[in-house]
Design a protein around this ligand. Structure first.
Ligand code: FDA
Length: 392
């Protein structure tokens, strides 16, 4: 396609992970592809992901790692683009991945190397990358689509919407993809921030403020989940990987039970140090600041040996099942992803094509698919983008 043409075989909205990967798959099959994005650069979320290190994927990815209206929906795309495929693809393009605990695969040369590999491939395949192009509207024209920007209009028989979710509006996230889905008769499930810190309720606030900056391994039990990982106290509440993951499952009004000392036998800990101050006995397993703060909060004092069975039960309750009823989840500006999105009920899971509007595809975070922390969301963007690109 020449650069002045206003037609393409496929127009993709959104030059993020899903859009770029779909473009590469479609252009590899010989299609003329144009990508539109209102940003100045492609792949900006990839560039900041994983704190600039980019957790590209995870060695162990399964459907159970995703929250989606249909738990089976992700299976086909994930089976056809595996973590190993992604690792090899980047390795072949000079961006190797290294494995870290939890199966997380990070880019050895940082997020910039991943973006560069994608940009190089897009250029090699003659994909037309049209940046700083805010989309004004999309209309159905015959069997195809016309996309209008402020300055020009593009026509194509196929349209892929890969404009992501609402997370990080400061980086250009908009609800365009959800609006377009509604325009074409699709439902959008309720959207809320996901992988986000949780604000403390008033009884927890003093503790959180006092311990801000302290991290420890915990296990969090919610109504439908049990999550193990690190938790971080902040001035406003709780954060850290375990809390971010818990935010995917937490709903307003629910209480999480936080085990601050997973897999430890509290009774043995206390009974084995009878002469120690209780807070010092607890500090043999808990961070000393937390042990002291908990003792002050609950009025636990005296020697460990004087701890009655009743008091031990109270310790068990407050340490192994600390009830945390978040005041709220932090907003989209702090969230890594959006829960909810385009309802997958009318999307073909093999092709990502809308069942009611031939030629209209959706991929990536714009869909009602949200992964856990650890490379799962980018992997969904790669896998669903590729599935759509191959099917176009
Ligand atoms: P993405 O949001 O990447 O792309 C959408 C594109 O559409 C953007 O380029 C945007 O500019 C464009 N667009 C939006 N509205 C538009 C409009 N109106 N007109 C034109 N263009 C428009 N995941 C993971 O697996 N590992 C990780 O390490 C991280 N780390 C991480 C850190 C932070 C801070 C955040 C916010 C998120 C993560 N994630 C992550 C999540 C991951 O980055 C995210 O799920 C994917 O990038 C989603 O890819 P998409 O291509 O679907 O959307």
């Amino acid at each position: 396609m020449d650069s002045g043409s206003n037609t393409a075989d496929l127009v993709i909205l959104g030059a993020g992970a899903a859009g770029l990967f779909a473009a590469i798959a479609a252009a590899s099959n010989g299609l003329h592809v144009a990508i539109l994005d209102h940003a100045r650069k492609p792949g900006r979320k990839i560039a900041i992901s994983g704190g600039g290190r980019c957790n590209v994927t995870n060695t162990a990815i399964a459907a159970a790692d995703y929250v989606c209206g249909n738990p089976h929906f992700v299976k086909s795309a994930l089976a056809r683009w595996t973590p190993q495929d992604m690792r090899q693809w980047l390795q072949d393009r000079g961006a190797p991945l290294d494995e870290e605990p939890g199966g997380k695969l990070f880019s050895r040369h940082g997020a910039a190397a991943v973006v560069q590999a994608l940009r190089d491939e897009v250029r090699r395949l003659d994909v037309r990358l049209m940046l700083q192009s805010p989309v004004r509207g999309v209309t159905r024209e015959g069997d195809g689509f016309a996309v209008a920007t402020e300055t020009y209009s593009l026509r194509a028989p196929r349209l892929l919407v890969a404009t992501g979710g609402l997370a990080w509006p400061q980086l250009g996230a908009t609800g365009l993809g959800h609006d377009l889905a509604r325009q074409f008769g699709l439902k959008v499930t309720p959207r809320r921030p996901g992988l986000t810190p949780l604000f403390a309720p008033p009884p927890w606030l003093p503790l959180c403020r006092e311990l801000a900056g302290l991290a420890l391994p915990v296990r969090i039990a919610g109504p439908h989940s049990s999550i193990q990982g690190d938790m971080l106290f902040t001035h406003q509440g709780l954060s850290g990987p375990a809390i971010l993951d818990a935010s995917l499952f937490w709903k307003e009004g629910q209480t999480l039970a936080i085990d601050l000392l997973p897999d430890a036998d509290l009774a043995s800990l206390v009974r084995s140090a009878p002469r120690q101050e209780l807070r010092n006995a607890l500090a043999r397993a808990l961070p000393a600041r937390l042990a002291a703060a908990l003792c002050a909060k609950h009025g636990w004092s005296g020697q460990a040996g004087q701890c009655s069975n009743r008091m031990l039960a109270s310790l068990e309750e407050s340490i192994h099942r600390a009830p945390f009823a978040p005041a709220a989840a932090a907003g989209h500006d702090k969230a890594e992803v959006t829960l909810g999105g385009v309802d997958v009920a009318r999307i073909d899971s093999k092709t990502m094509q809308c069942k009611d509007v031939p030629g209209l595809f959706f991929a990536g975070e714009v869909l009602d698919v949200t992964g856990r922390l650890g490379g799962f969301n980018l992997h969904w963007a790669w896998a669903s983008g590729r599935a759509a690109g191959m099917a176009c």
